[in-house]
Write a protein that binds this ligand. Structure first.
Ligand code: R5P
Length: 294
């Protein structure tokens, strides 16, 4: 009898199916739809008593609906007698609001974690945005696993580019945990820039490493492309220095407010993301990495 059943929730239909296939696990049937007033309706279409239920739901697009869907599904699975409920949430939304930047703001990261904990026994995520909060355990008092897309990105870069004429760039200090680590793992040269953020849509990038950029393929790596302004400003700064081409890679491609097109316009030759969030830029598959973990 199958002990693990993978349910792909609306934001991760394709990824959920691939994870089930690669983990050799059964794929379950679940209906998620809406009531006429906009409320979320959830129904398991099969018996899950005594089973380990794996819910795959990334939290972009529709982060609020995605949250409600996974919490309702997780809580329902427990009530229906699932042995364990595991949430695979490749992109974990709300993590960037990890401080009261202004008086009266909510600490969204804590509250989002608190909501997820009500539906899940374990959470698996990929490169969550941990900055002021350093560890998942500070937010999640359930079993938790943080995966990294670094090895998948490193493999992608080493297949497409040569270490002789390529520089891997991190657009800000925080991004060195992706850019520098990836570069070091495949022995590519790297440079980490400085970023000053004035507002969600206004950033300034300072190129701190002076090298001969001419003739180089520059690959900028970051965890998230959201409004795209971090990448856009980094691309613009590098383009001034006449490289061969500038390429952008991210773990989580959110591409809000037309960021993909804006980034192309700014001069990015290629833009590639992992499939943590479904997007036309997806070029790095995480299903194998996740399947090993479930
Ligand atoms: C922030 O520190 C992150 O690592 C990313 O650099 C940031 O979230 C990107 O956001 P945006 O695309 O809106 O500039």
């Amino acid at each position: 009898m199958e002990q693990k059943i993978v349910f792909a929730l609306p934001n991760s239909i394709g990824l959920g199916a691939r994870i089930a296939e690669r983990a050799n696990a059964k794929k379950g049937e679940l209906t998620i739809s809406g009531f006429p007033d906009g409320e979320t309706y959830v129904r398991f279409e099969e018996h899950i008593e005594g089973k380990e239920v794996i819910l795959v739901q990334t939290m972009n697009p529709r982060p609020n609906e995605a949250m409600m869907e996974i919490v309702l599904a997780g809580r329902t699975a427990k009530e229906l007698g699932a042995k364990k409920v595991v949430g695979v949430v490749p992109y974990l939304a709300y993590m960037r609001q990890d401080k009261r930047f202004h008086f009266g703001e909510s600490l969204s990261n804590k509250i989002a974690a608190w909501m997820l904990m009500h539906g899940l026994d374990k959470i698996i995520t990929v490169d969550p945005h941990l900055h002021r909060v350093k560890e998942m355990g500070e937010l999640f008092h359930i079993e938790h696993k943080k995966l990294s897309a670094n090895s998948a990105i490193a493999e992608f870069i080493s297949k497409k580019f040569s270490e002789k004429d390529t520089v891997i760039v991190g657009p800000d200090i925080e991004s060195s945990q992706w850019a520098k680590r990836i570069a070091d793992s495949i022995r590519f040269r790297s440079a980490i820039f400085l970023k000053e953020r004035f507002s969600p849509r206004k950033v300034k990038i300072k190129v701190t490493t002076e090298l001969d950029w001419r003739g180089k393929n520059v690959v900028i790596v970051d965890d998230i492309i959201s409004s795209g302004h971090t990448m856009i400003e980094a691309v613009k700064e590098i383009k001034k220095r006449k490289p061969e081409a500038v390429h952008c890679i991210c773990v989580h491609g959110i591409f809000a407010e037309g960021a993909f097109e804006k980034l192309r316009k700014a001069g990015a030759k290629t833009i590639v993301s992992t499939n943590s969030v479904k997007h036309k830029s997806n070029g790095i598959d995480l299903s194998g990495l996740i399947a090993k973990e479930i």
